[in-house]
Design a protein around this ligand. Sequence first.
Ligand code: ADP
Ligand code: ZN
Length: 435
Amino acid sequence: MAWNKKSECMPVEKLQKFQLEKLKETVDWSAKKIPFYKRKLKEAGLTAADLKSLADLGKLPFTVKNDLRDNYPFELCAVPLKDVVRVHASSGTTGKPITGPYSADDLAQWSECMARNLWAAGIRQGDIVQNSYGYGLFTGGLGFHQGASLLGCTVIPTSSGMTERQITLMKDFGTTALFCTPSYALTIAERAEEMRVDLKSLPLRVGVFGAEPWTVGMRQEIEERMGIKAMEAYGLTELGGPGVAFDCEVQDGLHINEDHYLAEVVDPATLEPVPEGEKGELVFTSLQRRAMPMIRYRTKDITRLRRETCACGRTLVKMDKIYGRSDDMLIISGVNVFPSQIEALLLEIGEVEPQYRLIVRKKGYLDQLVVQVEGKKEVYEASREKKYEVEAKISGHIKGMMGIGVEVELVEPKFIARSEGKALRVVDERPKQLR
Ligand code: ADP
Ligand code: ZN
């Protein structure tokens, strides 16, 4: 049931035929049941019958986060509330939360998508999984919980936080798989080192991490410090939560559950689709959801799509690891900068911890980027000269690789607040009116 070979390895032509059929059903359903979509489709002069091929997707109107906010809480819900069996809400990283209602079928499909994700990570019945995503309105906790339950795993619902207890339980219960955000995984690894618990000697062998951007360098850091394989999950509340896209054993891009989510990448400025393989904003249309279908939802996440044969056998299209959210993109000296680019460079520097923050300030008319990063204990405590030397090394590296001048502040170990969920990477200190 979890390894759905029929869906995950379907010949592309057949898959696309299936997608077109489901797309038409979704458009029809949305127009009938949701006044918002009824209006939008009428304005666009479109009905499901006008969709002759997947290329016609581009004729459909977009949906943005504000549409969900404006229709808070249930105006976009296509089924009566009595048929809604669960309501989640986004974590509100970028403002007022939005809601996600599920019908019983939606919930079952979500669980299957998550189970596929975990199966691809090598998780099976017999695994003892510690789920350190936050339980509650956030989709991470229950999303992973349901997927692991479907696989028949032994689920330990620790939720996030109380890091020492996480480590104690990991030891006592013989946890084999850990689910949390990558930044929390790092927090756990660090705390374990302080507690002198050698995670590498424990049965823990795999982690499934997601809900925030992280670089390949960060993945390697976590793999080395925990002695595990670090796999990935991607998703968002608007589409039901995690399980939208996932790592396979090849760990080179995330497969999208395309029988449920139709993906496009558009140029965020022109909103025109970009040629395949080019970077842009990821846009999703749900194909089988009933309580809250989404038509061309703009995720603000930047990536590119790759249709290629994968050694794992899946035909599902792959997306690159998310480079960042367009909301988090900074423009420094005219150059577009994602926090993940800085993260990648910092992880190449031996003298620092993988703990950093980016602070944006105004210096005259110009935006200035301050990179705060923790020095390793011995480096930070060595001498003032050593500190300056490392700061200059980092700013030189960033200048050389990205062509931007940044100020680097080597801060003491533990200076930066440790994350238990989604890490806060960017602090914008510019006056609101000047952003
Ligand atoms: P919020 O927008 O409030 O954070 P969600 O909890 O729904 O709400 O988070 C979804 C967002 O989290 C995605 O749009 C994306 O920006 C980020 N995200 C989720 N998984 C990943 C991942 N594997 N890599 C990068 N970013 C991710
Ligand atoms: Zn694969």
